[in-house]
Design a protein. Structure first.
Length: 345
């Protein structure tokens, strides 16, 4: 235990559970996992996992299970070497990620890995923890929690790790932290994570899926198979949105995304998988969506650099309205009472 890195993993859904499994099976990390809705089930039964990489796994539990964020000061806990955040990142819904993890962070020591999607997600963390290394995790891993504690993992775990640059820290130290995490994550041999220092490339590339295909599926309620089958959906919605991401990536970050990469993303999920992407699952379940970090930030970055983004602007407006609807249903916005407009006043 003394030679293992001390990892706190926040969020054990589809992605987080596979991350915990890789870290723990590698034998180089002790994993404390913070669970929410599935805590009681996993505490009693562990996870039941059907994985393309790991096979059938029954009763898996991280080293330590919690349903609260540790407070290293009040609980006199040893510092965490890494905090891995795999929760959804709702920029418009409190608490923020920085507020959530604050009690568990040791300034200047804890490396914070955001295994989350979207652009600019590191900026609030850099402001809150200016002396801590921030790492980017971009995952292509078709893993879903289909019931409490039951994980279906259908696509090979493809993980890219790099450092969000902090001008106050040495780049070689940031890169060393990213490379160390790659080593401990891949130590079990079931996946081959990659160190990718060009964080902008990996994040813009994934936006081809997450800012385009993901929200279009959520809005139309057509999964990634049916969206490929539906007449005009790819040609008139998906591909134009991806072209806008392609142009914005080049203008904003100098990231060149070739046409073949766009086509690969369109067909990333086989038609007959009929895979509902995460935002579609969230909408179907009445949950909030990550529309600000996925679509809103791309639109703002593109516009700021002179890129016309008509398709993504419309998608963003629709998603914002849908999020407002969810807020209303949860009592988070005030709506005036209905009036009888058949009576003249």
């Amino acid at each position: 235990m003394q030679n293992k890195v001390n990892v706190l993993l926040i969020g054990c859904g589809g992605i987080g559970t596979i991350a915990a499994l890789n870290l723990q099976r590698g034998g180089q990390a002790t994993v404390t996992a913070v669970l929410r809705s599935n805590y009681e089930h996993v505490k009693a039964h562990g996870f039941s996992i059907k994985s393309i990489d790991h096979g059938e796994v029954e009763g898996f539990k991280p080293s330590i299970l919690r349903n609260t964020i540790p407070n290293i000061t009040t609980e006199s806990l040893p510092p965490y070497d890494y905090i891995v955040v795999t929760t959804k990142n709702y920029a418009d819904i409190p608490p923020s990620v920085a507020e959530l993890i604050h009690p568990a962070v040791t300034p200047g020591h804890t490396r914070i890995l955001l295994l989350q999607n979207g652009l600019n997600i590191h900026k609030p963390l850099r402001a809150a923890f200016p002396t801590n290394i921030l790492l980017s995790g971009v995952s292509f891993c078709g893993s879903h929690q289909v019931a409490p504690g039951r994980i279906i993992h259908e696509d090979d775990d493809e993980l890219y790790i790099g450092a969000f640059r902090n001008p106050a820290l040495a780049a070689e130290v940031e890169d060393a932290a990213a490379q160390e995490f790659v080593r401990i994550y891949g130590a079990g041999g079931n996946c081959q994570p990659q160190f990718q220092p060009d964080v902008a490339f990996s994040r813009w590339r994934k936006l081809l899926y997450n800012a385009c295909l993901n929200p279009i599926c959520a809005i139309t309620d057509l999964d990634t198979g049916r969206i490929q089958l539906a007449e005009g959906a790819v040609a008139e919605l998906v591909r134009p949105a991806m072209r806008e991401i392609q142009a914005a990536a080049s203008a904003c970050a100098g990231v060149e995304l070739p046409d073949e990469t766009l086509e690969k993303m369109i067909t990333l999920d086989p038609v007959t998988m009929y895979n509902p992407p995460s935002m579609q699952v969230d909408v179907r379940s009445g949950r909030f969506t990550e529309f600000e970090n996925l679509v809103g930030e791309a639109v703002r970055e593109g516009r700021a650099n002179g890129v016309s983004m008509p398709t993504l602007t419309v998608l963003y407006g629709i998603l914002k309205a849908m999020q407002w609807r969810t807020k209303e249903r949860r009592g988070l916005v005030t709506v005036p009472a209905a009036e009888d407009h058949t009576v003249k006043k």
